[in-house]
Design a binder for this molecule. Sequence first.
Ligand code: GLN
Length: 473
Amino acid sequence: MNLNQLTIKKAHDGLKKKEFSSVELTQSCLDRIKERNPELNAFISVFEGEAIQEAKKADELIASKKQQTLTGIPFCVKDAICTADRRSTASAKILDNYTPSFDATVIKKIREQGAVLLGKNNCDTFGHGASNENSMYGPVKNPHDLTRVAGGSSGGTAAAVADHMCIFGIGEDTGGSIRQPASFCGIVGLRPSYGRNSRYGIMPMASSLDTVGPMTKTVEDAAIVEEIIAGKDSLDATTVDVGVPKYSKKLKVESKKLRIGVPKEYFETEGMDEEVKTKIKTKIGEMEKQGLEIVEVSLPMTKYAIPVYYIIVPCEDSSNLGRMDGIRYGVREEAKNLYDVYTKSRRAGFPDEVKRRIMIGTYALSAGYYDAYYRKAQKVRTLIIQDFERVFSEVDLLVTPTSPFPAFKLGEKKDDVLAMYLADIFVAPAAVAGIPAISVPTGNTKAGLPVGLQIIGPRLGEEKIFKLANLIS
Ligand code: GLN
């Protein structure tokens, strides 16, 4: 096995036993990136020299017995997350030359342990998309089939982890952007509860939904990263002051006593791939044989999650993206007057999908429409939250497919905006409700495409989610 194929756990143990150095581990990831990135397009920036320097420092820490869990472990980050002194574009030309002076809190926590930042991953611009085709730096290709999408919006991170260009990655999930690409690429991706991980330094898309979480090769690795990055942050007032469990140490405790709900609405969707349905149902059958109690439940509000999501998100987007004006940072287009600076910079700096969302959001928030759209969507959002709360008084966790289909062909949905929005059908509900959910691989289709199984939990129920995910993978 090449070093780049290791998990966090194995890489950590190998570094500890001095079987290899962080420089060697980092070099093997960089070699893989060099070999594969021209084809997959998973990275926008690779920090080769800096990564080797960081690895050398990590080796010194290890030599002086100061090794922490992530010391010397190479990782990559979605480009919509700020990294100090490292270019961060959000895959938008308007930020093509943007280099933040600070790390997002979650990145700071990881780097403080001495992890090695390899580079920044391609994504849909500002997280807008489900296929990575809305990136202004070209689409990411799926490592399992180069004619297919890697998923989105954290497609570059998913492809990089799946293709072993790194040991782990950090993605962002507003409405499925960690889970859906994780499912398409065959890796593990956790969307934490809203408020569990700090959003400070995550370029905001829809502030009331944005979350940041681990994208890894195993459930154990996701638990390891999550326990490091979670927690209260004075720089993000929405983070909760609730202790962070040692998820990775509790993976095996009492996991068989869980009561699992299977929401019928997630299997009745039109256009659902039969192979995906069968795979998930077979897995649920196996879970029952493992001794878990399985019950059918109903979440009747599920069908409103997509319409609610695609009102709230553009509204918050249109407000958040107002700061991208070509004045304070980012690329400024040549112009005659102030108004021209704004329009020209925004016209050249945003792709169509971003412009579409700004227009929809501005319209829906305008006087006279606010009540009909944004306020109404927020009311229905409450009903979706209540739907989940009711079900979680009966069961511990829910099991569903992550996506109705495996990775689709590049170009297949690109020009059909509604079809692309509908791809989020199983990932949007948990996002709208602010509750945690994970996607874990559950085998491949006959054509060799990964299928992801989603586990949804109650608010701050990450510990239970990890237990079940570990048990079934
Ligand atoms: N597909 C969703 C969207 O386009 C995903 C967004 C996200 O989670 N960042 O809004």
